[in-house]
Design a protein around this ligand. Structure first.
Ligand SMILES: [Zn+2]
Length: 125
């Protein structure tokens, strides 16, 4: 009886492991194919995630006041407007590669690209 239980447990564990590994591989491959997202944080707090493949216009608000306008078009994230005094974020070029960021220091807004292929190859050539 005891032996039987162990055998069943091991079998169950094996299947579980297999399912987990298959799931991981599928998830990774799927995620990789899906491309990049723009992750927005305000004052160090998570604000939202927006896929680059879908054009949209995001109003980033702090205390009900729109501080920055982030536009996603042609697979790129671009800060098109802001109420900050330096306008540095608006002047930054549109980003689309993993780990690229647009930072608005006065408004503490950070836009970071995640999940895409890195720009390593491009910068090497
Ligand atoms: Zn700014």
């Amino acid at each position: 009886m005891a032996k039987r239980l162990v055998k069943t447990d091991l079998c169950f564990l094996g299947i579980l492991l297999l399912v987990l590994i298959t799931g991981c591989i599928f998830f990774y491959a799927h995620n990789h194919k899906d491309g990049a997202v723009a992750v927005v944080t305000v004052a160090g707090e998570y604000y939202g995630t927006y896929p680059l493949e879908k054009d949209c216009r995001i109003e980033i608000k702090t205390n009900e006041i729109v501080t920055n306008i982030l536009e996603i078009h042609d697979g790129k994230a671009d800060m098109t407007d802001a109420n900050c005094p330096d306008y540095l974020c608006v002047h930054q070029r549109a980003i689309s590669k993993a780990n690229e960021t647009i930072v608005c220091l006065p408004n503490q807004v950070v836009v970071e690209i995640k999940g895409a292929d890195t720009a390593e190859f491009d910068s090497m050539t």
